[in-house]
Ligand binder design. Structure first.
Ligand code: IVH
Length: 664
């Protein structure tokens, strides 16, 4: 046999054996025999370096270190999940879903342990792992292909080809004993310890040098494919069999639940079982089993309607409030933060907790010096549950909110209808700093090298004072500062250059206008299609937009009318920062020019499903018979709206005609 043929054979054998070893936990040959085969493969590859392929088992050792992580856009966004904290929440989840589907027959579910690690996406082309990435903000993550190749239970090549392109999602995590060993080593070499398996997994994957990742005991379980229809599977249950056949590790505690009741029972079982597992889980994910139903249910902004995460009850601990600090946020809101005697809450050291606002402090009657119960539920930020009043000795001090801004000393304002106290000085440096941090962060323009710490540093050094200043930063400004170097300064400049042409939606979200988050900003992009249009908008225009409330409209108008803000837009332009409209929002969709309204009872669609269809096809949904309305869709017993629309000469469609229209 020639060497090339032998190499191919070894690759195949080693793939099968490592699947038996790492995935099925059932080795077919001894470690010694495996090592011999592996050694032989290494020898052939050493003699013929050009025969090494990306799916060779030799590639698990790591390879070259990267300068930085490239960005990867997920073809289909990686969503997150809504949380349920009780059986009732789970029953409500089913109620919502049935109402949405307009049906009485309940679906069946899959109940899966919720693994506490890091979500990743793996892309296979012709059965070979070609790309792996983190979830990131759901739309764009980081390319960590080289790091993921080092995870033994992630197949580098699939056991059969199945489909030409497969995008799977799952969780990379560290087992509890893996973490213990790793921390023992780190203690020995004087390194910081990882607080919990999730931080350890994340920290290990985000190593620029994959050879370091290779030394970390990481594992993987698959839980989804991006586009299930493409697999030919009809249900989540079928999909797990399909994925296991391809060589993916599937968690053995996943269970089919014929109804929601059995899902609640399964939750109690898992709450017991979790203590016997060798890895950490923080709850159970319940998913509608049927893919056709999943696709009808679709998703809201961040989470699908067909799945929910049931969280295990929070872990609690007691500590004391040492003092209270007041933080000034981006919008001037002054937030009290309790500084606590550091305490371990379920594996995480907690030393601060937000007290939200004055009302919250009064409601819980918290005082400085109090012994308090703190809790942490899964990935939720630690919070103070209550003061333990029996422990008081009289030395506790009432928490008093300041009258003036702790940063700029401007008098604070409290608006009757709001619970927060605000610093309304637009020049307050705390607000400007927060605005800068937000502008550069992942939720904003996501500028390479300008994370929170760096922005704070540059602000302190007076290198940046307001948003347009970012675009004037030069390599020479930062390269000699502490923590910087030529390379990182160059990367920052490159990042800033790339950030000069953000999508309009991203740009608007980055500005930090009150009530304008990612979703509203995307809506504004689709509506106005250019920054010029947006800058000339009137309140009436804004109120016509379905999905944008009065509060947001007011905030946008206040913002745009501020002369300092107008000046800022001029400076953005001078600096060459020109937001663009993404092709997606420009693309003419079926209902791009239409504003629809539904009236009467629909028979085939629920209201929310109908509205979703309109939005998915680029249309808007009106709230009444307005000037902008173009189509009224009538169900049975339409009422007065029909007459009104007819009088106004609007187009009228029946439910069936509407569905036909969507067929194109
Ligand atoms: S499904 C659209 N299944 O939980 C469905 N997620 O809060 C998205 N997770 O980012 C995820 N175990 O990191 C799913 N069996 C499981 C999971 C799981 C853990 C994590 C995942 C995701 C987060 C959502």
């Amino acid at each position: 046999m020639d060497a090339k043929q032998r190499l191919r054979e070894l690759r195949e054998q080693l793939t099968v054996h490592s699947h038996h070893y790492y995935v099925l936990d059932n080795p077919q040959i001894s470690d010694g025999e495996y090592d011999l085969l592996f050694q032989e493969l290494l020898e052939i590859e050493e003699e013929h370096p050009d025969w090494v392929t990306v799916d060779s088992p030799s590639q698990r050792v790591g390879g070259e270190a990267l300068d930085k992580f490239e960005q990867v856009e997920h073809r289909i966004p990686m969503l997150s999940l809504e949380n349920a904290f009780s059986d009732q929440d789970l029953l409500d989840f089913e109620d919502r879903l049935l109402r949405y589907l307009l049906q009485d027959t309940a679906p069946s579910y899959m109940a899966e342990p919720k693994l506490d690690g890091l979500a990743v996406e793996l892309v296979y082309e012709d059965g070979i792992l070609v790309q792996g990435s983190t979830r990131g903000n759901g739309k764009v993550g980081e390319n960590i292909t080289a790091q993921l190749r080092t995870v033994s239970s992630i197949p580098l090549r699939l056991l059969n080809m199945a489909i030409p392109r497969l995008e799977v999602r799952g969780e990379v995590f560290m087992s509890l004993d893996g973490l213990e060993k790793l921390n023992a080593q780190r203690a020995e070499s004087g390194e910081d310890l990882f607080a919990n398996p999730r931080n350890a997994a994340a920290g290990s994957l985000r190593q620029l040098d994959p050879a370091i990742t290779a030394t970390r005991p990481l594992k993987f379980f698959v839980y989804a494919v991006a586009d299930p229809v493409a697999t030919g599977c009809k249900t989540q249950q079928e999909m797990f069999v399909f994925l296991a056949d391809l060589g993916f590790p599937v968690n053995s505690h996943i269970k089919f639940c014929p109804d929601i009741k059995s899902a609640t029972q399964r939750f109690s079982e898992l709450a017991e079982l979790r203590h016997d597992l060798s890895y950490e889980i923080d709850g159970m994910v319940v998913k509608v089993d049927d893919f056709a139903l999943q696709s009808r249910l679709g998703a809201k902004a961040r989470a699908p309607r067909w799945a929910i995460a049931c969280k295990f009850p929070a872990v609690q601990a007691t500590t004391t409030i040492q003092k209270v600090e007041f933080q000034v946020g981006r919008t001037g809101a002054v937030t009290p933060v309790a500084i606590l005697a550091p305490v371990d809450v379920g594996g995480v050291m907690v030393s601060r907790a937000t007290l939200h606002n004055g009302d919250e402090i009064a409601r819980k009657d918290l005082r400085i010096g109090d012994t308090v119960l703190v809790q942490r539920a899964g990935d939720v930020i630690p919070e103070i549950v209550k003061a333990i009043v029996e422990k008081r000795n009289g030395s506790e001090v009432i928490i008093k909110l300041p009258d003036s801004c702790p940063v700029c000393s401007h008098p604070l304002q409290k608006i009757e209808t709001e619970v927060v106290t605000r610093c309304v000085n637009p020049h307050c440096s705390a607000q400007r700093l927060r605005a800068l941090v937000h502008f550069c962060s992942k939720a904003g323009l996501d500028i390479e090298g300008l994370g929170k710490k760096s922005v704070e540093q540059l602000f302190e050094r007076k290198l940046i004072a307001d948003l347009p200043d970012i675009f004037q930063l030069k390599k020479e400004d930062v390269e000699h500062l502490e923590g910087w170097g030529t390379k990182s300064a160059e990367n920052m400049v490159l990042g800033i250059t790339q950030a000069k042409t953000p999508s309009l939606g991203r740009f608007l979200a980055a500005l930090g206008i009150r009530f304008v988050g990612e979703v509203t900003a995307a809506l504004l992009e689709r509506t106005f299609l250019s920054l010029e249009n947006f800058l000339q908008v009137s309140k009436a225009d804004l109120l016509e937009i379905e999905g944008l409330g009065e509060q947001a409209a007011n905030a946008i108008i206040d913002y745009l009318e501020d002369p300092a803000i107008q000046q800022m837009f001029v400076r953005f332009q001078e600096a060459g920062c020109i937001p663009l409209v993404t092709e997606q929002s420009q693309e003419k969709q079926l209902l791009s020019d239409e504003v629809l309204l539904f009236t009467g009872s629909l028979k085939k669609l629920s209201r929310s499903e109908a509205k979703k269809l309109v939005k998915e096809n680029g249309g808007q949904v009106a709230s009444g018979i307005t000037k902008k309305l173009t189509i009224l869709v009538v169900g049975e017993k339409p009422g007065s709206k029909l007459k009104k629309a007819q009088e106004k000469g609007k187009k009228i469609l029946t439910e069936d005609e509407f569905l036909q229209l969507l067929q194109g």
